[in-house]
Design a protein around this ligand. Structure first.
Ligand SMILES: O=C(O)CCC(=O)C(=O)O
Ligand SMILES: [Fe+2]
Length: 760
């Protein structure tokens, strides 16, 4: 049978009545007045001396068997005082009892008036207890017992209550001396007081009565629903273990009532929400799932439409002229996590996917908490944005916590993984430890969901998320995950030069054969899109491996990269469209030649042949000379014939240029060819060719002035220009300079410097 969220939703829809077989809590105890015949006023917390006096005034408590009441210290070891011997009151007391009774009734799922009738004061001395029993109906309308634990210094004495296979253990010892603890349970529940190990335990027992006639209330019984829900959840969990799983990663059940983030908690759930939470709690536990309470926030934006009411001529700008149309963007996140036990786990914000709701269309019926409309502006139509906030119960299989966490993306998982790795390292790097297993589990899910591009498109020299991940995996020393990341993510195209340091560090921990194979995968996958990064990687790893003569292991990667050199076209299949030529810069050329010379010199020859044959792609001044300069700096120019040839080509190019005459202009004649022959440009050209005229003024309208300025810029003419704003129209003032000569002089200095380097 297939899993369906709607089956679970239909089942939960039948769970309406809240309440459990017990209710418990604490309340503030404001100076009550407790007076006992023969003892006087009893101070609270109970003092040992008064406990002794109380014990003396009280009688051994009997227990009921059938119609008899018996005293047997092996069944019940405790002393009691009846209502005729005990007066309890004070100004705050009635309100306290009222509050506790209300909370107890709500917890038991009983509505309608309920009253409490004081029955006994019980004192348990050290060793006191009461074995499992059911309370007899001591008054008409009694449906439950309420026990108040008064402040006293005792240990042990927990109250255990059982109902239909479930059991709770409640401490009736208030943690604070100014508090009272309470517990209420249905009359048919078996309960037991465990032995008091130290000190005295002081309780007040009340009968809870309902005034209404009819059948006494019973605890809601959702045993069947719980079992069905557990079966559904189990089916879902089983499905998630199968390879073809397409079920949601988690389940999100929006609640009925509204809760503020401050009051959000399992204990504060109202009505049916509380009932569903109780059913799901048991079911989740049975099925191996985790149950959380969280705040669901849905944010939507989209196009607004003018509503029909517009026709009735409302005032322009009133919001209700609009209605929400198509939704363009929707974000759904869970935050403010709570656990059943009141714990607040640091799960952060986790996104919700559309298929995770129970029922699947749970969001359709929601009404927004906030809605805003924006009128149309020049370039955008009318729009709206709205927000929904709901509490939701959230479930996932316990074993898949990291799959769920990785939905939150790398900004959450990377720091989380970092923390796991850190704690694992601090705890002694145990290969079998839970922390390591968790780190590996999480990392696996992260790689499976790794984005094809980085979160932010940072510049190429900032290490990205992949580099951070590699650092963590390297610390973890996990070869399998390193290989997966490099194959699935890096070789898949999410690769930048700045990742190389992390990649090299990661590869150092792997066997050389495996490292070489991974480098080849990366180069095969990304040589075209990230040529320079690949060349840098290859050069760095070849240099590192040169020492132990194992660089030849990289020849596969070297061949791939050489094949990807622009201008090569060695591998293009005939029907493959020619890819546009990417340009390769000087750093990549230097890296490539350096790497190839170390790995396989014949490849370096091939690469240099190709570069020298394609001056359009590998310009001497733009690529080859700066590349040779880098190789000089790195000392890799002398080592092989390929580099030597590259160097000689550069030297020849530079020598030719150095041989050209270089003198400052002797007069004011300047290069006068211009791209335009209009009248103004013709005048300008004549002025440039004139050996005696130094400056020229064009008085003309803006269009003509800027046309002439364009011509000057395009021709690279040796002119400084300025606009003279005196008189109308303005004037363009052109003064000759020596810019071409200065450029050539600078070039000459650089050429001589390069020659000195390359020849030396
Ligand atoms: O003292 C308690 O906590 C419970 C006592 C009890 O079970 C009883 O009086 O029947
Ligand atoms: Fe009892």
């Amino acid at each position: 049978m297939t899993w369906s969220a709607d089956d679970l939703a239909a089942l939960l829809a039948t769970v309406r009545r809240p309440g459990d077989f017990f209710a418990a809590g604490t309340a503030e105890l404001l100076s009550p007045r407790l007076e006992v015949d023969g003892v006087g006023i009893v101070a609270l917390p109970l003092l040992p001396a008064q406990a002794i006096a109380l014990a003396a005034a009280a009688d051994p408590a009997p227990y009921g068997r059938g119609t008899e009441t018996l005293v047997d210290p092996s069944v019940r070891h405790c002393r009691q005082l009846g209502p005729d011997q005990v007066q309890i009151g004070g100004r705050h007391w009635p309100r306290l009892i009222e509050d506790i009774v209300r909370r107890a009734a709500a917890g038991l799922g009983v509505d309608g008036p309920v009253s409490a009738e004081f029955y006994k004061l019980l004192l348990y001395e050290p060793g006191g207890f009461f074995v499992g029993h059911r309370d007899t109906e001591k008054a008409p309308g009694m449906f439950a017992t309420l026990v108040l634990g008064l402040p006293a210094d005792a240990a042990g004495g927990d109250l255990v209550v059982r109902h239909r296979g479930r059991e709770v253990r409640l401490s009736l010892r208030p943690e604070d001396p100014a508090e009272v603890a309470f517990a209420a349970f249905y009359a048919d529940c078996v309960h037991e007081v465990l032995p008091v190990t130290e000190g005295y335990r002081l309780t007040l027992v009340y009968n809870l009565l309902r005034q209404a006639r009819g059948r006494p209330p019973q605890p809601p019984d959702y045993t069947a629903e719980q079992a069905s829900a557990a079966a559904l959840l189990r089916r879902w969990c089983d499905g998630k273990r199968s390879a073809e799983d397409n079920t949601p990663e988690k389940l999100v059940y929006p609640l009925e009532h509204a809760y503020t983030p401050a009051e959000l908690g399992f204990a504060a759930l109202k009505g049916a929400d509380a009932a569903v939470a109780t059913v799901l709690d048991t079911a989740a536990r049975d099925a191996g799932c985790e149950l959380y309470l969280a705040l669901l926030t849905v944010e939507e934006s989209g196009a607004a439409e003018y509503a029909e009411t517009y026709r009735r001529r409302r005032r322009w700008g009133e919001e209700d002229e609009f209605e929400a149309g198509e939704v363009f963007d929707r974000s759904m996140t869970l935050s403010d996590w709570r656990r059943r036990d009141g714990d607040v786990p640091a799960l952060g914000e986790i996104p919700v996917e559309a298929g995770e709701f129970v029922p699947l269309n749970a969001c359709d019926a929601l009404t927004p908490d906030e809605e805003h409309f924006h009128e149309a502006t020049g370039n955008e139509g009318a729009s709206f944005e709205r927000t929904y906030r709901r509490a939701a119960l959230v479930l996932w299989p316990s074993e898949r916590i990291f799959a769920v966490l990785s939905q939150a993306g790398l900004q959450v998982t990377l720091p989380y993984l970092g923390n796991l790795v850190e704690r694992w390292a601090a705890a002694g790097r145990d290969q079998q430890s839970r922390l390591r297993r968790e780190a590996e589990d999480l990392a696996g899910h992260m790689i499976a969901r790794w984005p094809s591009r980085d979160r932010f498109s940072r510049s190429d020299d900032t290490p990205g998320d992949t580099a951070r991940m590699l650092d963590l995996l390297t610390r973890l020393g996990d070869a399998g995950l390193i290989a997966r990341l490099l194959t699935e993510v890096t070789a898949g195209g999410n690769y930048r030069k700045a990742d190389n340091t992390a990649i090299l560090a990661a590869l150092r921990g792997l066997p050389q054969r495996q490292a070489a194979a991974l480098v080849e995968r990366i180069v095969t996958g990304t040589a075209v899109s990230a040529f320079a990064a690949c060349a840098d990687l290859l050069a760095r790893i070849a240099t590192a491996w040169e020492q132990d003569q194992s660089a030849a292991a990289l020849s596969g990667a070297a061949v791939r990269l050489t094949e990807a050199l622009p201008g090569g076209h060695t591998r293009s299949a005939p029907d493959e469209p020619r890819r546009p030529e990417a340009r390769v810069g000087p750093a990549a050329v230097a890296d490539l030649v350096t790497a190839l010379m170390t790995i396989k010199p014949s490849l370096a020859e091939r690469a240099v042949d190709l570069m020298l044959a394609s001056p359009r792609l590998y310009g001497a001044d733009t690529v080859l000379v700066p590349a040779a300069r880098r190789m000089v700096i790195h000392g890799s120019l002398q080592t092989g014939t390929a580099a030597e040839r590259l160097r000689m080509a550069c030297v020849a190019h530079l020598r030719t240029r150095v041989a050209e005459p270089l003198e400052p202009p002797a007069d004011w004649r300047r290069e006068s060819a211009l791209p335009c022959r209009c009248r103004a440009c013709a005048d300008l050209s004549r002025f440039l060719a004139d050996p005696a005229q130094r400056s020229w003024v064009l008085k003309a309208a803006e269009a003509e002035r800027s046309h002439v300025e364009d011509s000057i810029r395009q021709a690279g003419a040796d002119l400084d220009t300025a606009t003279d704003r005196r008189g109308r129209p303005y004037s363009l003032v052109c003064a000759k300079n020596q810019a071409s000569y200065e450029r050539r002089a600078t070039q000459r200095r650089q050429d001589l410097e390069d020659l000195a380097h390359f020849a030396g």
